[in-house]
Design a protein around this ligand. Structure first.
Ligand SMILES: Cc1cc2nc3c(=O)[nH]c(=O)nc-3n(C[C@H](O)[C@H](O)[C@H](O)COP(=O)(O)OP(=O)(O)OC[C@H]3O[C@@H](n4cnc5c(N)ncnc54)[C@H](O)[C@@H]3O)c2cc1C
Length: 503
C-alpha cells in the first residue's frame, strides 16, 4: 500500500458495542462529507452483550458525540463508578479501592507519596487511602459530579459508568442511523481477496448481496472474521503471563441500592465481579481452567450472589493477547477481534474507543496508506501491552494462599517493561510513565499500596521538611477530604435526582 487509498465507502462488520461505537464516531466525523458508512451485523449470531463497567475515557467518547453524562446514565440504567474495590486480593478479608482520582497533594512540586512514605517510615500508620477523595466517596457510597474548577488537587477525582451494554449499543445505533449509517442484517459467508495484494475485495452476504468498501472495520468479536479467519493476520498469545482463560457471566436482582464502585472479589482460582446497575446486578467469574473446573467455579460464584438469579450463566473461553497487526491492508480490527484482556480493570471498551479515535484521526482527510496503518499498529500494540502489564501486576503482587494458582501467579516471569516499573518504584518510589499507558501514576500507586508493595526509600529532597511540618500538612489533607465526603450527597440520591432511578 504505497499510494494513499481514497475513502468513499467504509464497511463496518459487526453490531456489538464496538461496531456501533465505530459507526457513531465515524458518522459524526464524516457528516456531510460524502463518505458512505455501512454496518453489517447478524442478528442470528448476536452480539456478546457483556461489558458493563467502563473507565472515565468512555465519557469523553460520548461527549464528543453530544451526549451528556446524565443522558447516558438515564438511557442505559447506568450507575456511577468511582473505582474498583479489590476484595481478598492481598489475602482473605483484605480490601482496597483503586479510584479514578488522585492521592494527596504535592508539596513543593514533589509528589505526595514521597511524603507519605517518609512519615510511614517514621512510624505513622494512617492508610494511604485516607488521602483520596475518590476512595472515600466510593467507600461511603457518596456521589456528585466533580467540581469543574477544583480549588486544589484534593478535590480532583474522576468517574466512569456501569451500564447495560445492550442499551448503550442501542444508543450508539440510533445515533448512527440518525447520521445516515446504513444497516444490513445478514451474515457474511464468504470474502474475495484481491489477487494483486490479498486485501479485501468483496464481502458475500447470506442474503445474496455483495458488498465492497474502501476501508473495512472488523468488529466481528471473538470470531475475528475478517482480520483473522479471512486475512490470517496472527495473534500474540499472552497466556504465559495471564493464566485466566474462562469467564462466566450471570445477572441477578439488585439487593439494596446500587453502589458507586465495581467489586472484584478474589476467589479460589480467579476472581468474581459485581457491577451494579439501576435495574439489576451484573455478576461473573473469571478463572483459570487449569486450576478449577467450570462446575466448581460457577458454584463458587453463585454462592457469592445475594439476589435472585435472573438469567442462565453464560460461559466464554478466551486467550489473552492481541492481534499482531490490528490494521492489515484495508482492514482494521476494533474490539474483541483485535484482542482481549480479562475485564479486571474494565479496559476493553477503553481500548475500543482509543482505536476508533486513532482511526478517525488517521483517515480525517478521507484517505490512508501504509504509514497510517503502521502508526496505528504501533500505538495499539503499546496500549495493549501497557494494559497487560497493569493487569499482570494485580496477580504478581497477590497475597492469597487458598489455591496453587495464586502462588503460580506470584512465581511467573513478568514482562521487562513491568519489571522495570516495579524496580524503580521499589528503589525510591519513582514512577515510570510509559507512552500510551491508559493508567496514570495514581492508579499504579493505588495497586502498589493496596497489594502491600512499598518503596524502600523516597525522594530525599523532602528531608528538608520536618516530620512535624509534614504531619500537619497531611492532617489538613485528611480533614479536607473528610469534610467534602461528609457534606456530599449519596449516590442513591444522585441517581434519583438526575437519572430516573426509582429505588
Ligand atoms: C466475560 C466478559 C466480561 C467483559 N466485561 C467488560 C467490562 O466490564 N468492561 C469492558 O469495557 N469490556 C468488557 N468486556 C469486553 C466487551 O464485552 C467487548 O469489548 C464489547 O462488548 C465489544 O464487543 P465487540 O463489539 O467487539 O464484539 P461482539 O459484541 O461479539 O459483536 C460482534 C458482532 O459481529 C457480528 N458478526 C460476527 N461475525 C459475523 C459475520 N460473519 N457476519 C455478520 N456479522 C458478524 C455479530 O453478529 C455481532 O454483531 C467483557 C468481555 C467478556 C467476555
Amino acid at each position: 500500500m504505497t499510494t494513499k487509498k481514497k475513502i468513499q465507502k467504509i464497511v463496518i462488520v459487526g453490531g456489538g458495542t464496538s461496531g456501533w461505537m465505530a459507526a457513531a464516531a465515524l458518522s459524526n466525523q464524516f457528516k456531510d462529507k460524502a463518505v458512505d458508512i455501512r454496518l453489517i451485523e447478524s442478528s442470528k449470531m448476536g452480539a456478546i452483550g457483556v461489558g458493563e463497567a467502563t473507565i472515565p475515557t468512555l465519557r469523553r467518547f460520548y461527549s464528543k458525540l453530544g451526549f451528556s453524562d446524565l443522558d447516558v446514565l438515564t438511557a442505559t440504567n447506568g450507575t456511577c463508578k468511582l473505582g474498583i474495590e479489590f476484595k481478598g486480593w492481598k489475602g482473605d478479608n483484605s480490601s482496597f479501592i483503586h479510584p479514578f482520582g488522585l492521592f494527596g497533594q504535592a508539596v513543593n512540586n514533589i509528589p505526595f507519596h514521597h511524603y507519605f512514605t517518609k512519615l510511614q517510615q517514621s512510624g505513622d500508620t494512617t492508610p494511604f487511602s485516607e488521602y483520596s477523595l475518590g476512595v472515600n466517596l466510593a467507600k461511603n457510597n457518596k456521589f456528585s459530579l466533580p467540581p469543574t474548577k477544583p480549588k486544589n488537587q484534593l478535590e480532583i477525582f474522576d468517574w466512569a459508568l456501569h451500564f447495560d451494554a445492550n442499551l448503550f449499543g442501542n444508543l450508539m445505533r440510533d445515533y448512527s442511523k440518525g447520521n445516515g449509517v446504513k444497516v444490513t442484517d445478514s451474515k457474511i459467508v464468504h470474502v474475495d481477496l484481491s489477487l494483486k495484494d490479498d486485501s479485501i475485495e468483496t464481502l458475500h452476504l447470506d442474503n445474496g448481496e455483495k458488498v465492497t468498501g474502501d476501508l473495512y472495520i472488523d468488529c466481528s468479536g471473538f470470531s475475528a472474521y475478517l482480520i483473522q479467519k479471512v486475512m490470517d493476520t496472527g495473534f500474540e498469545d499472552w497466556s504465559d503471563y495471564l493464566v485466566c482463560d474462562t469467564a462466566v457471566a450471570v445477572q441477578s436482582e439488585l439487593v439494596g441500592d446500587p453502589i458507586a464502585r465495581t467489586v472484584s472479589q478474589a476467589q479460589k482460582a480467579g476472581w468474581q465481579w459485581q457491577i451494579p446497575l439501576q435495574s439489576r446486578m451484573g455478576n461473573g467469574i473469571v478463572y483459570s481452567s487449569k486450576f478449577i473446573k467450570e462446575d466448581e467455579a460457577i458454584s463458587v460464584m453463585l454462592s457469592n450472589i445475594d439476589g435472585k438469579i435472573i438469567q442462565e450463566p453464560r460461559s466464554f473461553s478466551f486467550t489473552p493477547g492481541r492481534r499482531k497487526k490490528a490494521w492489515n491492508k484495508n482492514c482494521v480490527a476494533v474490539g474483541l477481534s483485535s484482542g482481549f484482556l480479562e475485564p479486571l480493570e474494565s479496559t476493553s471498551l477503553a481500548v475500543v474507543e482509543t482505536a476508533i479515535e486513532k482511526i478517525a484521526n488517521f483517515i480525517a482527510n478521507k484517505e490512508y496508506g501504509q504509514e497510517e496503518a503502521d502508526k496505528f499498529n504501533y500505538a495499539m500494540g503499546c496500549e495493549y501491552e501497557r494494559v497487560r502489564d497493569f493487569i499482570i501486576l494485580h496477580y504478581k503482587l497477590n497475597g492469597r494462599k487458598d489455591s496453587p494458582m495464586w502462588q503460580h501467579c506470584r512465581d511467573l516471569d513478568i514482562p521487562d517493561t513491568l519489571a522495570a516499573k516495579m524496580a524503580a518504584f521499589k528503589k525510591d518510589g519513582s514512577l515510570i510513565k510509559s507512552p500510551w499507558d491508559i493508567f496514570g501514576n495514581d492508579s499504579w500507586l493505588a495497586m502498589y499500596d493496596g497489594l502491600g508493595f512499598k518503596p524502600t526509600s523516597y525522594n530525599s529532597s523532602i528531608d528538608k521538611f520536618s516530620n512535624a511540618f509534614l504531619t500537619e500538612q497531611l492532617i489538613k489533607m485528611r480533614n479536607g477530604i473528610k469534610m467534602t465526603v461528609d457534606t456530599n450527597q449519596t449516590h442513591t440520591d444522585f441517581l434519583k435526582q438526575y437519572c430516573g432511578y426509582k429505588g
